[in-house]
Design a protein around this ligand. Structure first.
Ligand SMILES: [Zn+2]
Length: 295
């Protein structure tokens, strides 16, 4: 076994562009535009950008969404598919580890998460995907789902392309719900931050309600198709390809990079092909966040 070539994968840290950071106070919802800017970038949710993020939330003290008819709203009716209890749970953990880091932490110290009481829908842009994309993606999602307890639902393919200001609510395309997570094999021409040796980028966008509840509602995973095809052509290529997707799914669910080379969330090329103890501990916490029917 050997690490994949000399290129760093999956995604060396790149500071997010500051332009493009916009926030919108819409009906008690703070929705962050610029999903691609979230990718792989702890700094987006930390450091000097944090005040911009959480400061804006104080402006969102407006009435609940959902009162307006479909077609006039700027966010979906709250509570779609939100069950009364989590849909799944992470497995019992016998190797505790603190070798994980979250992309965003709330005021109480807990991580920003998806609601475990509703499924995470996803669509796939397969225009440039390898022939084996479905199996690779399903394997990676199965691992992320198992480690976190979060449930994923495949909604089919899409012709939507990644965008740095992707809207979280696209009723014309996806109906009256939060847009599903967009997973796309694409190119640096479409996603400039895939330039160089960055194989993948991923991140999620969150809402913040006036009652203090915060959660991710959608996100995106962008994979550099030419580099990904090159990985698949290498020895152990499929295992590496799955590991790349798993790493990006870790970001999607809220994991940041760690400096521990034994974890899949290590930020450079490594031998790791599976979620390790720290990754799993982090994913288990990300899968057990609070539920809410209010968004
Ligand atoms: Zn990464």
């Amino acid at each position: 076994m050997e690490p994949y070539g000399s290129p760093r994968w999956p995604d060396p840290y790149v500071p997010p562009p500051r332009e493009g950071l916009r926030h919108s106070s819409i009906a008690a919802v703070l929705f962050l535009l610029g999903i691609i800017a979230l990718v792989c970038a702890g700094a987006y949710f930390s450091g000097d950008l944090r005040p911009a993020l959480f400061g804006a939330e104080q402006d969102s003290q407006v009435s609940r969404p959902g009162a307006l008819p479909f077609g006039q709203r700027r966010d979906p009716v709250p509570g779609i598919e939100e069950a009364n209890a989590p849909l799944g749970s992470p497995p019992p953990f016998t190797w505790p580890s603190d070798s994980y880091k979250f992309l965003a932490v709330k005021g109480d110290g807990s991580p920003l998460t998806y609601s475990p009481c509703r499924p995470i829908h996803y669509v796939v842009n397969t225009d440039l995907a390898p022939a084996s994309w479905q199996r690779l993606l399903e394997d990676a999602i199965e691992e992320a789902s198992w480690a976190s307890g979060l449930q994923f639902v495949y909604d089919g393919t899409t012709d939507e392309t990644p965008s740095s200001n992707r809207a979280g609510y696209q009723p014309d395309r996806y109906g009256d719900r939060w847009a599903p997570v967009l997973i796309a094999w694409t190119t640096p021409g479409v996603v400039p931050r895939l330039d160089g040796q960055t194989v993948g980028l991923a991140g999620s966008s969150s809402i913040g309600l006036s009652n203090g509840y915060k959660a991710y509602v959608t996100g995106s995973v962008s994979l550099d198709a030419p580099q990904f095809h090159g990985i698949l052509d290498s020895p152990s290529g499929e295992a590496i390809g799955i590991a790349v997707i798993m790493h990006e799914l870790g970001h999607l669910l809220g994991l940041d990079h760690v400096s521990d080379p034994e974890q899949l969330m290590f930020d450079e090329a490594s031998w790791v092909r599976d979620y390790a103890a720290g990754d799993r501990a982090g994913l288990a916490r990300l899968g057990t966040g609070p539920c809410s029917k209010d968004f």
